[in-house]
Ligand binder design. Sequence first.
Ligand code: ADP
Ligand code: MG
Length: 630
Amino acid sequence: MTEQTPTPEALEYRTEVKQLLDILAHSLYTDREIFLRELISNASDALNRIQFELLTNQDVVDANAELAIHVAADEEAKTITITDRGIGMNRDELVQNLGTIAHSGAKNFMQNAASDQARLDEIIGQFGVGFYSAFMVAAEVTVTSRSYRLDEQAWRWSSQGDSQFTLAPAEKAERGTTIVIRLKDDAAEFANSWRLEQIIKKHSDYVSFPIYLKQSDGGEKVVNRQTALWRQGPAQVKPEEYEEFYKQLTFDSEPPLAHIHLVTDAPVNMRALLFVPTQRDRGLFQMNSDHGLRLYSRKILIQQRNRDLLPEYLRFVEGVVDSEDLPLNVSREMVQSNPVLRQLKRALSNRVFRELKTVAEQNEEKFATFWREFGVFVKEGVASDPANHEHLIELLRFHTTQAAGADEWVSLKQYAGRMDAEQKSIYYVLGDDLKSVARSPHLDYFRAHEIEVLYLTDPIDGFMTTMLREYEGKPLQNVDDAGLELPKAAAKEKAEDETKVSIEDFDRLLARFQTVLGERITSVRESKTLVNSPCRLVSPENSFDRDLQRIRRLTEQDYEIPKKLLEVNRAHPLVTNLAYMLANHTDETLIDAAIEQLFDNALLLEGIHPNPADMVERIQRLMEAAVGAK
Ligand code: ADP
Ligand code: MG
């Protein structure tokens, strides 16, 4: 700085930045080296952006400069300097980008920081916290930047990681950004070019611009391989290279579950490298806001996260797509309506389906992992993409009455394979979770006859079944259907009849059910299927949206319990006793309370009870009666 330099102006950070800086300064995080990955990734982004700008606009500062990154360490001064010839920042951009939290990873990090102090150190590295991670190692960071725009001057931003930063005009002839990090004493080890080379190779090897590292003799050498791995032939790429590339692309610490390397020239030119991750929850990585594939055309990044290259429900897939058939001077907005994109999408989705099918066929254990992590996305696909049903349906897996263990999964093919000749339909039961669904009274009949029933307990399942009507000609049927045609004779009529109450007494009890429950049920009748349960609620035939009722209960404020038909088990001791009590006119208020409770129990088992706490008072009365307290 010279004497003429005006006094820098001091500005306060936004509150959330202060908090983040505070956490970083006190972090015990051991892999602090990731700060370099973050700064190089920003430099690479800035180069991508100027490269894209240059496609249509040559009127920029230094239009011919080499698109590269330069890194240098000064052991004596304990500094690291990172320079890029990227798009640069003007004063406003410096304030906006380096004074607030732009990085989505950092945003999530801050939202979760308060709730999970213990894991902070663990998560910092998992997805990076962007520019501010420099303050894990820096006593002071100085950013000097010159925007690509011709009419802008250079500015210097500087901060010691406390509550403020300073800004001042600066001298800088070249376009781009130079970041100088003055290291904290306990981070002096990083001011060493050998060490920096290791870090760059480990985290930034596949950055597509050359990274020049200053050598001890004063010269520079390129230290990253910068290969566009996806543009090589699959035969030339080693398995560990795929894995490294994936890790550098996603910051995932786990290797991917599967990779797909796609090279086609017709009908469209495409080089793509896609990955199915092993885990869905990668730190605070946000599935919903952060997905999309990197879209390149001739190695130039057109879009950071393109969401039109795969169906929405395959958003867990990560990777890179490069196509020479995309016009280079296309705007990011125009990309969406481009017909080539539709062809790319079809080819990519088909390849993903094929890969998943191969995993399913060849590696059951691996597929179980996939299903556990991403099964709901496949179900979402079945619910939303009829055009790809044939692929998706083969991937579906279920727990069933015969495979309820955590690791036991049944495909529709397996289910269909073990149906016996009399069984014409595939049966399923919907519920909130495995435990409650296993208790469903609807299963009495199916258990008695050893007929397998699919358990559907994901919220998405109701949507899925409205779209998934059959499998290989066999209709899917909800076991709560009033008109269900059952393959085998109803529960065998043995000497059982003796234990039942007389028809007259039973009919009187049914009438009483109807009077007590009134409008809340469509009707009441004797059950032909119940064995161990006193009663159940069945859906009137053709109530098309009943599979969605569980979801509506959660999403609609003025949710009304759907009216159903109540079936009563004439042979159940509870029912028998109630009928006797009614016939003998004993304690009729108790009978009514019991009827109410049986109805509530049935609602609970259906997962559609609007307010279970309301039952407590009545349960208490029934208990008092049972122990003779009153
Ligand atoms: P992210 O990279 O996720 O956006 P960062 O915290 O790493 O978040 O960076 C914040 C912002 O600062 C970037 O979005 C970018 O606009 C700007 N920025 C950081 N480094 C550079 C750079 N070297 N050149 C140009 N802009 C930069
Ligand atoms: Mg960044």
